[in-house]
Design a protein around this ligand. Structure first.
Ligand SMILES: [Zn+2]
Length: 432
């Protein structure tokens, strides 16, 4: 593990020795600029004791990088999260006009989303510090991950949610023995978490301060491993990385990982990191030249996991530090991309996840990304989290009689398929 020496404000750089800050920087908050804090280590000490090649002998999980995390691997609350595959997607690359496109498939995590990195690291810290109750506010992936890792840690979890969200996510949140409570509204959820934190000493994992600052800073440390894994898997720093961004926890965490590697001298650059959004709060902040993020107009969206009309300073900081772009997408673009990724490459990801790929498409068109350069799109979660949404955009399954003639007739009528496929060679897809 790396020894934590303090927490530092991302905006004003104030350093705090109170390691229990969970509502962001008090100084910035008092000026009306809510901002998260980030965990600080003794980097000289890390440089002397760790080299990235040491991680290769570690477990096949994000804890192979525990030398850069706030908890030792031996006391981590873990189920093998992280070390998700980096998959080349040559057919989709061709469709988008790119030479080299990879996806980091976070649906391969224990609860099928990237939030396992957050929950594993935050709840490991919580258990080390003797926390008695874990809490959070979520109607989806963060709730499932927090619930699962609380169960794994043997700690009770009180999770505030609302009634409107997909069945699959409800089942997933409930099954771990979570004390699940539906509050009237989303802001009510946040206030209830805050009351539990302030009055009962509960340990928060997810966002709960509004205007948003981001999630628990120790949880965000878990997201640094995305950067370490990408460097390990590619053998170098990719030129472009695109994330679906809501509160920007993973976006900031991955940037912190790249930045630490550069500061420690293990790499010599940081990628340009780009944000794909639904309602465009970061795009708005960048185009207006703001030093904070403002709410934008919102409406219903299929991107339930990332459909925020607000973001955070931590996300804006990454865009500014890496000269990243922010672009928005609509529901139809997400559904089309979800189907394209599944039918081109055999990968079924949540609509919110493929937002990064729609972002890539828009950034290439806008000139933000040079299509000759390699791009990594971060895919956050499994399509099985919300199958009803996908099914509502598919044709009903056609019926055939119990003979091949009938089957062939239906194949022709419904799929324009004559029953004779074409042979495919190993080079099809055009990545050679
Ligand atoms: Zn500050």
């Amino acid at each position: 593990m790396a020894e934590v020496v303090g927490l530092r404000c991302i905006r004003c750089q104030a350093e705090y020795t109170d390691l229990g800050l969970v509502k962001g920087c008090p100084a910035c908050l008092s000026r009306g600029l809510p901002t998260n804090v980030a965990v600080e280590y003794d980097y000289d000490r890390i440089r002397r004791s760790f080299h990235p090649r040491d991680a290769l002998a570690g477990p096949m999980s994000m804890w192979r990088y525990s030398d850069l995390l706030p908890v030792p691997e031996t006391s981590a609350v873990t189920m093998g999260e992280g070390m998700t595959p980096l998959v080349p997607v040559p057919r989709l690359a061709k469709r988008l006009g790119l030479r080299e496109l990879y996806v980091k498939d976070e649906s391969r995590n224990p609860t099928s989303s990237f939030k396992d990195r957050l929950a594993s690291c935050a709840i490991s810290v919580a258990r080390e510090r003797g926390a008695r109750v874990i809490t959070g506010s979520s109607s989806g992936n963060a709730g499932a991950a927090t619930a699962a890792f609380s169960a794994r840690a043997g700690l009770p979890c009180v999770m505030f949610t609302t009634q409107q969200f997909p069945q699959a996510m409800k089942a997933q949140m409930a099954v771990y023995g979570t004390k699940l409570l539906a509050a009237p509204t989303v802001p009510d959820r946040w206030r209830l978490v805050e009351a539990g934190v302030d009055q009962l000493g509960w340990f928060p994992v997810t966002v709960f301060v509004y205007p948003l600052v981001g999630s628990n800073p120790y949880g965000i440390e878990g997201y640094k491993t995305i950067a370490y894994e990408l460097v390990e898997q590619l053998g170098h720093v990719p030129p472009h990385v695109v994330f679906p961004v809501g509160a920007g926890d993973a976006f900031f965490g991955a940037w912190k990982g790249f930045d630490e590697y550069r500061q420690l001298g293990y790499t010599d650059s940081v990628p340009r990191m780009h944000a794909a959004e639904i309602f465009g709060p970061l795009e708005n902040a960048i185009s207006q030249g703001l030093d904070h993020v403002e709410e934008t107009e919102s409406g219903p969206t299929v991107a339930i996991s990332v459909g925020l009309n607000m973001s955070t300073y931590q996300a804006l900081h990454v865009l500014r530090a890496t000269h990243g772009a922010a672009r928005s997408a609509d529901d139809q673009e997400l559904i089309d991309m979800q189907i394209a990724l599944a039918s081109d490459e055999g990968m079924y990801l949540e609509a919110s996840s493929v937002l990064s790929l729609v972002g890539v498409q828009k950034m290439v068109a806008a000139g933000d990304i040079d299509p000759a350069q390699a791009v990594v799109a971060f895919l956050t979660s499994s399509g099985l989290k919300d199958p009803e949404m996908t099914l509502s955009h598919m044709n009903p399954i056609p019926t055939c009689d119990a003979n091949l003639e009938s089957a062939l007739q239906v194949l022709r009528d419904s799929y324009h398929f004559d029953g004779r496929g074409v042979a495919v060679g190993p080079d099809l897809g055009g990545d050679s």
